[in-house]
Design a protein around this ligand. Structure first.
Ligand code: ZN
Length: 393
């Protein structure tokens, strides 16, 4: 049984882009309430984060950008750096709230680096689009990039980052695109069809780091079985070769069929299976070290609370059975906020106790997911000494 740290402070709910913005912090509150109601967090000390120190923000951001974020609420307009448009509106306390999100992920990283925990989770993190000098895609500061950079300076020199959000993990990829110490892997909906329009299989890293960026763009409407088939066809072979000392995962749940912003078709059961698989791979390939953060997810009531309760439970080795009924107290609370919402009743979308099944790649099927798998394997596998056309690799 490994030790696990859960980072949580309701103060992160201040990262609030506005009433009508899809990135609504209620999703985090409903997740913690559901996990608590199901007993997942019983006797688990919740680690309270501090805002990240400015010197650590400079790991991933420029001084000019930090100054713009701090000034934006006073100036109100035209501060540049991606701040102000509807995706990234300026809000009061933006620097402070964003700093606390980064501090939360960094606290998880510190717990692992200092040997206080083998695993850590921060569902408020995963702001993977933030750029060195600009906000992007609802993300102000890039907690993933800051934490990875910090780990590189504190005893780790092989870090694998796996991003399962429906959007390409572009900000994290860019931060380490020429750094062979960081393997970034992103599975996402095809960039032709979705923000941010990057994440092609041909994006493989540069210079000495060629092969350390891996992208697997999937066709719209890909469901659990296709997604899991692609996941298994690409990621474990790379992890086995790269031998990371820690696995960092961005666990966005906007890949769900009901997500309003994107068009993949995963289920809550698919998400649960992803987390269980990441845990297994952390144990097998990353010395048992796993830092998990949240990410996107805009079906605030029916999807995010259930999926991330499964994430918390998986990190804690307290897996919640899919057939588990949702507690009445939780449902009553949600109804008090959203009287017309159609509530789920169980922790499953119907896959059954065995979870969603999938066929292994290389069994002779040839559909658009397989074409994507082949392109990605051919782009990067040879750079890791792996045979892209041999299903055993
Ligand atoms: Zn996303």
């Amino acid at each position: 049984m490994s030790s696990s740290a859960v980072v949580w402070d309701p103060a992160v709910l201040a990262y609030n882009l506005g009433e009508d913005h899809p990135f609504n912090p209620v999703r985090l509150d409903l997740t913690v309430r559901l996990a608590t109601a199901l007993g997942v967090l019983d006797d688990v000390p919740l680690l309270v984060p501090e805002p990240v120190a400015e010197e650590d923000l400079f790991r991933a951001h420029t001084a000019e950008y930090l100054a713009a974020v701090k000034q934006a609420p006073m100036v109100g307009w035209d501060v540049g750096h991606g701040l102000g448009p509807p995706d990234n509106p300026v809000f009061t306390g933006m620097h402070e709230a964003s700093s606390l999100v980064v501090g939360s992920t960094l606290l998880g990283a510190r717990c692992i680096a200092e040997g206080r925990a083998d695993r850590a989770v921060n569902i408020a993190g995963g702001l993977h689009h933030a750029r060195r000098d600009a906000a992007s895609g609802f993300c102000v500061y890039n907690d993933c990039a800051v934490a990875i950079s910090w780990l590189l300076d504190h005893g780790f020199d092989r870090i694998a980052y796996v991003d399962t959000d429906v959007h390409h993990g572009d900000g994290v990829q860019a931060a380490f695109y020429d750094d062979p110490r960081v393997l970034t892997v992103s599975l996402h909906q095809h960039p032709f069809t979705l923000f941010p329009g990057t994440g092609y299989s041909a994006e493989i890293g540069e210079g000495q780091a060629q092969g350390s960026a891996v992208n697997l763009p999937l066709p719209p409407a890909t469901g659990d079985s296709g997604w899991l088939r692609a996941f298994h066809a690409v990621v474990p072979s790379l992890l086995a070769e790269f031998r990371p000392q820690v696995l960092v995962t961005q666990c966005g749940v906007d890949s769900h069929d009901e997500d309003p912003l994107a068009d993949l078709a995963l289920s809550v059961d698919g998400h649960r299976e992803i987390y269980r698989t990441l845990r297994e791979w952390a144990d097998t390939h990353a010395e048992g070290k796993w830092l998990a953060v949240g990410g996107g997810g805009y079906q605030l009531i029916r999807v995010v609370p259930r999926s991330w309760t499964h994430l918390l439970a998986t990190v804690l080795d307290r897996d919640v059975a899919p057939e588990t009924a949702l507690p009445r107290d939780w449902a009553d609370h949600v109804r008090s906020l959203a009287p017309k919402a159609e509530l789920p009743v169980r922790m499953t979308d119907g896959a059954g106790a065995a979870g969603p099944g999938f066929a292994r790649w290389g069994d002779g099927l040839d559909d658009p997911v397989d074409v994507a798998v082949r392109d990605t394997r051919r782009a990067v596998f040879p750079l890791h000494g792996l045979d892209p056309d041999d299903p055993r690799d």
